[in-house]
Design a protein around this ligand. Structure first.
Ligand code: GLA
Length: 388
């Protein structure tokens, strides 16, 4: 159905849909393991069944033409293969162009241009990785249409590279990896230090994953994100003077308590404490899930939020309200902010019979306190990139 719709969009914008291929790449939600991926820790995200669709066709010349159904006011954005260097993209086209640039940098140069129409059904600016979704989607398009020999894991690495070096966001590997390596009904237990990973089935009998979107504009997200990263790097350098670690993820809680005074500022100490404890929490959460201890998994999600609120300071009143109101409701197994923070979403595991009350009560308390509404989505775990 979506394939047909995308072909119709393509026809409307570019005249006909002869020879057009349609692709999909998911968004992602992280269940636990937040702000650990650039600290050599573990993460536990999953791909969603919502994401980005793309209809694409090669051209005979070197032109690139982009159109987003989500931003019709931008119209068709034209560029060319000779304008791929950083700094020349307009708006959202910096994501597909960053990928084309990164492919070319690895010796995979497109020999002709492309027309691309995309449509995303991930809520806007929600922290569910719409940008990683567009990046991996573009990688899947280039792989299929130009015959580039890259794996899904390569698509994740190329996506992160483009985000870091083309778009200037110093993100870790989690988002692109979750999007590129997604597997239906499974979360991905990833060691970001080695990229070793394991799929863990999420069989939530009688419960669902519910996302609450704060609708807060994430204005400062990128600069604050980079600031947290450098605070952790500094803390690591201080700790390395007293113990032989490569990343904060190498430390147990006990080791951290033993060495923490090497970190001279109290703020940096709290940042490092979050990174260490959150990593250990993620290991325990995955273990709990394997043992079918879902209540413990939920408690660890709640603890994760508290640590992100108090030690890492990336939540804010909007995400705190969503999580703290959720904790009050019977049938909520766990609730926490997900993604970078500073706005965006919470992820909650909610028993089926409590979902309506959850949406109503959290929604009302949020609107009363914050002044505008949150949006709620009951989501499903889906597969990675596909050609439809
Ligand atoms: C953003 C980044 C990820 C990760 C999360 C926080 O989503 O893109 O790499 O650091 O924030 O866990």
């Amino acid at each position: 159905m979506m394939k047909q719709q995308m072909l119709e969009h393509f026809t409307k914008v570019f005249g006909d849909a002869e020879g057009v291929e349609v692709f999909f790449a998911p968004g992602r939600v992280n269940l636990i393991g937040e702000h650990t991926d650039y600290n050599g820790g573990h993460v536990f995200p999953c791909a969603l069944t919502i994401g980005t669709y793309g209809a694409a066709r090669k051209r005979a010349d070197r032109k690139l033409r982009f159109y987003s159904v989500n931003f019709p006011q931008s119209g068709v954005i034209e560029s060319s293969l000779d304008e791929l260097e950083p700094g020349r993209a307009i708006g959202w086209t910096s994501y597909p162009k960053g990928i084309m640039w990164a492919f070319a940098g690895r010796g995979m140069e497109m020999d002709c241009g492309l027309d691309l129409v995309i449509f995303g059904n991930i809520p806007n600016g929600s922290g569910l990785s719409s940008s990683a979704s567009v990046e991996v989607l573009t990688g899947a398009v280039l792989r299929a249409l130009y015959g580039f020999g890259v794996s899904n894991q390569d698509l994740a690495l190329i996506g992160q590279y483009a985000e870091n070096h083309y778009n200037g966001v110093n993100c870790g590997i989690m988002d692109q990896f979750a999007v590129a390596m997604g597997k239906k009904d499974n979360a991905i237990f990833l060691d970001t230090n080695t990229l070793n990973y394991e799929y863990a089935p999420i069989a939530l009998e009688g419960a669902k994953i519910v996302i609450a979107c704060s609708n807060k504009k994430r204005g400062l997200a990128d600069s604050k994100y980079n600031e947290r990263r450098s605070e952790c790097e500094q803390a690591l350098a201080e700790l390395q003077k007293v113990c032989g670690i490569k990343t904060l993820g190498d430390l147990t809680e006990e080791q951290f308590e033993q060495y923490k005074d090497a970190v001279k500022s109290p703020v940096r100490q709290r940042r490092a404490r979050h990174a260490v404890y959150e990593n250990r929490r993620t290991l325990r959460a995955v273990e709990a899930l394997k043992n079918n201890e879902i209540a413990l998994f939920g408690q660890l999600m709640n603890d994760s939020h508290v640590s992100l609120r108090d030690d890492y300071e990336v939540t804010g009143i909007e995400l705190d309200t969503l999580a703290e109101e959720a904790w009050k409701i019977e049938g909520v197994i766990g609730s926490r902010m997900t993604g970078a923070g500073f706005g965006g979403c919470t992820v909650s595991i909610v028993k089926d019979e409590a979902i309506d009350a959850f949406i109503e009560k959290v929604g009302k308390a949020y609107k009363d306190k914050i002044g505008y509404a949150a949006d709620f989505y009951v989501v499903e775990i889906g597969d990675g990139p596909q050609m439809l």
